[in-house]
Design a protein around this ligand. Structure first.
Ligand SMILES: Nc1ncnc2c1ncn2[C@@H]1O[C@H](COP(=O)(O)OP(=O)(O)OP(=O)(O)O)[C@@H](O)[C@H]1O
Ligand SMILES: [Mg+2]
Length: 590
């Protein structure tokens, strides 16, 4: 037997399933209750099949008055029992399945938040959303719903078989000989299904990714008239998805047709043998009706069992994807050095860094020191590696070679959370979270900050003026990703958040780029007040920021090509002087 799913993955489907079952362990009492329910259900079903004989023989053939009342009552009674038991099974299984899906979601989400930054460059967020969404659900189905069908339907089959054996073992044995071809067809069908259902899930993820990209940049799509090309791409993927879906459908259709056909063949054989037995006087009309009804009860149960395999396969495929997420290594956090408040001395020693899969390094041989109480400005053309440099300090990425030290200790010696507590950072792309302005400023570990502290931070970031104009002030909602605020307003809130953090290292990546000159000056003043007792790294294009820096690092193609103060660099007449001259010209021609 070949395991298509094994390709490129280390766990066997069975190993994956066993691991999956361990997620069901906490809910074993629910599963026990469900099993009891399923047993009662099967017993009631078997009872009904047994009754078919007296119903036929006593009521219709012997015309026995005694059974006229109790048989109908018995039928109703059996079905009440069956209904109650079935409800018990459904509810406890459902509860267990949804709980397992919840457990998976929470674990995988937690994992995602601890994955290294590089992972997010290789796995798009949309596919992470699929892991948290449909994959988690399908896993729960495999772990529980499949089990439910298996238990329920197998018990149903056992009960039916018992009734059959009770009435005529000859006929039953004949049927058991017909069953193996049925099983063979089931197996063939399942294998084909497994292959296709795997591909359709990949296709679903691609479809979502394409939609996500087009929709989340809808303004660009519209302004560049890219609707047609986006639609062509999406339509192509949707067509492919349809083709795969049809394959799945036809496989499903063929499977049920084949199973039913074999059922009919079984019925014919049964009739052949039963006729012979009746002629010999070994089978009454009632017993034959019972046998027939039992067999009819087995067919749908078998059909459901073939579906179980599909369910299992889909679930196992999802589980393998989820486990591969859960098993991937966290951000490396092996440091043990604790630090309450660092001094903020940062040293880069011949640091080279490369994004995964990139040919040339984003940073090459970068060496510099930033001392507490000073401002280091980093400038350079777009793509020269400025943002890449500062992203190494909170260890979003780790360098390929060289060392970065904080207060004389390598960064990786520190407990990650302690290291990051030392850093306030306003990134190039400000991200706000759905919530109020106050929530966004007093974010994460700062959620205990007092209202006065928040107020003060908002004021220093020159944000009070617009916050006060909002009807709800600090309690105003910023919308998803801060969508209800302007770019400059978002930036000021990010600065307020950094100010509230009051960390020894302050990193600003184009933090004031979206502000007008006047608000930038106000924010600069506030930052200036913050700077004296901390280490500041600032990436800026504007001269006003750079002129006051204690040292300027000029970057080009990932290297520091010039360094010094503004005046020294101007005197040098190199790249800095060139960039400066360009900006000077712009300013005066504008
Ligand atoms: N996540 C990433 N994955 C792969 N390559 C990246 C990634 N981020 C940046 N790069 C590459 O690394 C190089 C340096 O990028 P970086 O963002 O550091 O530039 P920058 O100096 O900040 O530019 P800008 O002024 O435009 O912000 C670029 O060539 C860029 O293509
Ligand atoms: Mg940048």
């Amino acid at each position: 037997m070949s395991h298509v799913l094994d390709n490129g993955r280390n766990a066997s489907p069975w190993g994956t399933y066993r691991r999956l079952l361990s997620y069901a362990a906490p809910y074993r009492w629910l599963l026990v209750a469900a099993a009891i329910g399923a047993l009662l259900e099967a017993a009631a079903g078997g009872g009904f099949l047994l009754l078919m004989k007296p119903i036929t023989d006593e009521t219709f053939i012997a015309r026995n008055r005694d059974v006229a009342l109790w048989l109908p009552l018995a039928i109703v009674g059996l079905f009440v029992l069956r209904g109650v038991a079935g409800y018990m099974t459904d509810i406890s299984m459902g509860r267990a399945a949804r709980s397992i899906a919840r457990d998976f979601r929470v674990q995988v989400m937690d994992k995602y938040l601890h994955l290294p930054g590089a992972r997010f460059d290789t796995e798009p967020v949309a596919s992470m959303l699929v892991r948290l969404g449909s994959d988690s659900d399908q896993v729960a189905q495999a772990a529980v719903d499949a089990m439910k069908v298996m238990v329920q339907q197998s018990l149903q089959i056992v009960a039916s078989l018992a009734v059959m054996l009770w009435y005529s073992w000859t006929v039953t044995v004949t049927i058991l000989l017909v069953a193996p071809p049925l099983a063979w067809v089931m197996d063939r069908v399942a294998k084909r299904y497994r292959r296709i259902s795997h591909r359709i899930q990949e296709s679903n993820a691609q479809l979502m990714l394409a939609a996500d990209q087009a929709l989340s940049s809808q303004q660009d799509v519209k302004i560049y008239g890219a609707q047609a090309s986006e639609m062509a791409r999406y339509r192509g993927l949707a067509d492919n998805n349809l083709r795969l879906a049809m394959k799945v459908e036809s496989t499903r259709g063929i499977s049920s047709a084949a199973v039913q056909l074999l059922g009919a063949v079984g019925l014919a054989v049964l009739l052949l043998i039963a006729g012979h037995e009746a002629l010999q006087g070994r089978l009454s009309a009632g017993e034959f009706v019972s046998l027939m009804t039992s067999m009819m009860a087995i067919i749908p149960a078998l059909k459901q069992l073939t579906n179980v395999q599909n369910m299992l396969q889909r679930g196992v495929a999802s589980a393998q994807r989820l486990f591969s997420v859960l098993d991937s290594p966290d951000e490396s956090n092996s440091g043990t050095l604790r630090v309450e408040r660092a001094r903020g001395l940062i040293e880069f020693r011949q640091v080279t860094a490369r994004y995964p899969g990139q040919g040339s390094p984003a940073l090459a041989d970068v060496t510099f020191t930033a001392t507490p109480g000073t401002v280091t400005a980093i400038i350079g053309r777009s793509g020269s590696g400025k943002s890449s440099l500062i992203k190494l300090i909170p260890r979003f990425y780790d360098p390929e070679s060289g060392q970065i030290l904080l207060d004389g200790h390598p960064l990786q010696d520190y407990v990650l959370a302690d290291l990051r507590r030392q850093i306030a950072m306003v990134g190039q792309q400000v991200t706000l979270f759905d919530g109020t302005i106050a929530d966004n400023v007093a974010y994460g570990e700062m959620s205990q900050a007092s209202a006065e502290q928040v107020d003060q931070a908002v004021a220093s970031a020159n944000a009070s003026e617009f916050v006060e104009q909002l009807p709800l002030g600090l309690q105003a909602e910023v919308g998803a990703r801060g969508g209800r605020l302007s770019g400059g307003q978002r930036q000021r809130l990010a600065i307020a958040r950094a100010m509230l953090k009051d960390a020894p290292i302050l990193i600003l990546d184009e933090a004031t780029a979206a502000l007008d000159n006047e608000s930038e000056r106000l924010v600069q003043d506030a930052l200036q007040r913050l700077m004296p007792d901390r280490t500041t790294l600032v990436i800026a294009h504007r001269l006003s920021t750079i002129e006051h820096a204690d040292q300027v690092l000029v970057m080009d193609h990932g290297r520091i090509v010039e360094r010094g103060t503004h005046a020294e660099l101007l005197a040098l007449g190199g790249l800095y002087a060139h960039l400066h001259a360009m900006q000077f010209r712009e300013k005066h021609s504008a």
